[in-house]
Write a protein that binds this ligand. Structure first.
Ligand SMILES: NC(=O)c1ccc[n+]([C@@H]2O[C@H](COP(=O)([O-])OP(=O)(O)OC[C@H]3O[C@@H](n4cnc5c(N)ncnc54)[C@H](O)[C@@H]3O)[C@@H](O)[C@H]2O)c1
Length: 276
């Protein structure tokens, strides 16, 4: 087991990629704290983790609130005595694809407070605890392929995710002397509610898949496996990097050559999610 007895916090860990990461962590022996805003989703997430035999708790946490972020760390230490791994995963986007000329300061703040400020201070509080413990730690920020692509339908989101990648570099430089390793993972299209809020019709999802050379959405489990690598000793000489997990999406601006049809497993997954 790669994370035996490590204590891990995952923000937005009650569903989607966050829950996928929590599940893979539990399988590798970690004790897990999932932060989230909805107690019902939290309870459902915990059930999945416990079914895997994991030790896990849910802590209410809106990452736009610095008080909530500090409380998340405090509750973790209260329950498990320490903190080894922090995943800044919670994120939000713009389902309406608001054009640049119409974006308001309120909407800008809504997304930035979660996607960038939430990562800035969440990691700071986690790192303070790790420094106090004195034996290092691992931090993973969740960016996006949008940090690389200039998708103008998600102006604030894209800006925030670019910021996360630069933040990851400076956090890595600043925290390396304490033995704290900071990296980011940058997903392309992963079959979750967030992705399907933007790809809200079959046509839109078809377009996404046609621009993803591997020809499908990725899974939350695949993201979880990358997070295990970045949290474990296997990645101990990797610092400040953003690892793309995107089926080649970042390199494919137009439909892939030979592209014909997609498999619809992804959409079955969406239906299953809706029924939950
Ligand atoms: N799914 C994709 O295709 C994709 C691609 C690139 C990046 N990402 C990133 O992956 C991360 C996870 O997204 P997902 O696809 O699992 O989406 P999701 O909507 O399924 O899950 C996002 C989680 O973050 C939580 N969240 C949102 N705002 C929050 C807040 N203020 N405080 C606490 N939690 C909050 C949500 O409640 C949810 O649990 C996000 O940072 C997202 O930007 C996703």
């Amino acid at each position: 087991m790669k994370l035996k007895d490590k204590v891990a916090v995952i923000t937005g860990g009650t569903k989607g990629i966050g829950l996928g990461i929590a599940a893979e962590f539990v399988k590798e022996g970690a004790k897990v704290v999932i932060g989230g805003r909805n107690p019902e989703t939290g309870a459902a997430g915990l059930e999945e983790l416990k079914a895997l035999g994991g030790e896990a708790i849910y802590v209410p946490c809106d990452v736009a609130s610095t008080d909530d972020l500090q409380n998340l760390i405090d509750k973790t230490v209260e329950r498990f005595g320490r903190l080894d791994i922090y995943v800044a995963n919670a994120g939000t986007n713009d389902p309406y694809k608001t054009p640049y000329l119409d974006i308001t300061p309120l909407e800008y703040d809504r997304i930035m407070d979660v996607n960038l400020k939430g990562v800035f201070f969440g990691v700071q509080y986690a790192a303070r605890q790790m420094v106090k413990q004195g034996d290092g730690g691992a931090i993973i920020n969740v960016s996006s392929v949008n940090a690389y692509l200039g998708l103008n339908s998600q102006m604030v989101y894209t800006t925030s995710k670019g910021g996360v990648q630069q933040l990851t570099k400076v956090q890595a430089v600043d925290l390396a002397p304490y033995g704290i390793k900071v990296n980011a993972m940058a997903p392309g299209p992963i079959a979750t509610e967030l992705a399907f809020r933007v790809g809200s019709s079959k046509e839109l999802r078809d377009t996404v898949v046609s621009r993803t050379p591997i020809g499908r959405y990725g899974t939350t489990e695949e993201c979880g496996k990358l997070a295990v690598f970045l949290a474990s000793e296997d990645s101990n000489f990797i610092f400040g990097q953003s690892i793309y997990i995107d089926g080649g999406r970042g390199f494919q601006a137009f439909p892939a050559p030979g592209y014909k049809t997609v498999t619809y497993e992804d959409f079955d997954m969406l239906e299953q999610m809706k029924q939950k």
